[in-house]
Design a protein around this ligand. Sequence first.
Ligand code: ZN
Length: 220
Amino acid sequence: MGIAKGLANLKLDKPQVNSGEGSKARWVKLEDGESVKIRFLQELDANSPTYNDKLDVGIFAVEHTNPKDYRKKLVCSFEDEDRCWGCEQHRKDYKAGWKARQRLYINVLVDDGKNDPYVAILSQGMSGKTITPTLIEYANEMGSISNLMWRMKRTGTKTDTSYTIIPLAKDDSGFDASGLELYKLEESAVRQLSYKDQEAFFTGQGGSEEVESTSQDVSW
Ligand SMILES: [Zn+2]
């Protein structure tokens, strides 16, 4: 599973392997009750009529999170290496919280009404308390998610957090993203380590600060 690109390939695509060194990225972070306007700078699927190969697509990554430290996340390596430390922990104890979960990572332009619009990575799980189901449904129905503005809102805190999103006005003319620098999601949004390094990462001290996500408080 690892990372999938394109809706049709959600469970089929192979992840691209890299060193797993996450570079500093800006993330979409909302407080309880806060809402921002966002524009998706990437589509979910390369078949979208507004797909731009220079901008690529958002990714769906299958990850394990250390249940004792939500900041320690690794992309599941089972598909690539036939071995995965997180999967092993899950097999040992199905209730311990090591189950692999899928997350969406995508580049967006954020307009919070306070700062100049900035590029950030939006990270969302797949549950009904996230925007992902709405976004996939919209993409399937309308074909494009990048040709309009959206308003995203957070409600609640910690385990009681939910995110909602509504579509705003469609663009009159095509949005020009050529001046924007997007994050390379496989490098900045997720961390991939080979099996031999996974246990040390999950059980060791430190090294968990670089990759943070919207789900600061909890992984749903
Ligand atoms: Zn795994």
